[in-house]
Write a protein that binds this ligand. Structure first.
Ligand SMILES: CC(C)(COP(=O)(O)OP(=O)(O)OC[C@H]1O[C@@H](n2cnc3c(N)ncnc32)[C@H](O)[C@@H]1OP(=O)(O)O)[C@@H](O)C(=O)NCCC(=O)NCCS
Length: 170
């Protein structure tokens, strides 16, 4: 799998990307506030503050990956780590529009795959995506996910979803 292009390599070399992994660790209030704002600005189906609060309170179950460039939050991904099923559920991934199409989401996924593969006995990653979100579907296909079924009206009346899965290479 090769996500890189010369142009995006040159762009990214101007930024030192910092990946912040949070699993079983406290997400401090200030940090959480930034993530909630990011979610509301850039994710198609954002959560309420209380939804996010529930996540951080069950901290052993969730894995939040944040990416910073020049100390600015530019991307997030959130996984629900379902140990009973050996499955990580990708709940959210988003990149600041100013930084899109520069392989940031691809790098977030690579970083997450390596973290999940190293630290947990997870065999697969599962996700749902709106069928009309062609950009996200392309990203997931490029990262090794395959569609497994269609979820009728999953995102509301007439808005179908796709369930996708990627098996971890062990
Ligand atoms: C989906 C999203 C995270 C992609 O982030 P990104 O950093 O721009 O993606 P990348 O640059 O890493 O692109 C990786 C691959 O995704 C696909 N892709 C990304 N942007 C694309 C676009 N505008 N058009 C077509 N394909 C695109 C391509 O296959 C690309 O690989 P390639 O450039 O080698 O062909 C970003 O568009 C986003 O935040 N969207 C809003 C939130 C969202 O919809 N999240 C998913 C919900 S399930």
């Amino acid at each position: 799998m090769n996500f890189s292009t010369d142009a995006s390599d040159r762009f990214l070399s101007n930024y030192l990307l910092k990946f912040i992994h949070k699993k079983g660790q406290e997400v401090v209030a200030e940090e959480l506030k930034k993530v909630i704002i990011f979610d509301q600005l850039f994710f198609p189906q954002p959560w309420s503050t209380s939804g996010w609060q529930g996540i951080v309170e069950t901290k052993n179950r969730y894995y939040l990956l944040q990416v910073e460039a020049a100390q600015k939050l530019i991307g997030i991904a959130l996984f629900d780590m379902i140990e009973a099923d050996n499955c990580a559920h990708l709940l959210k991934i988003a990149v600041d529009p100013q930084f899109r199409q520069r392989q940031i989401a691809a790098k977030i996924l690579q970083e997450a795959f390596s973290f999940i593969g190293k630290t947990e006995q997870f065999l697969k990653i599962y996700l749902e995506v709106e069928e009309q979100n062609k950009v996200a579907i392309k990203l997931y296909q490029r990262a090794g996910f395959s569609a497994i079924h269609r979820l009728r009206n999953f995102y509301g009346q007439g808005k179908d979803g796709l369930a996708m899965i990627r098996f971890m290479k062990k």
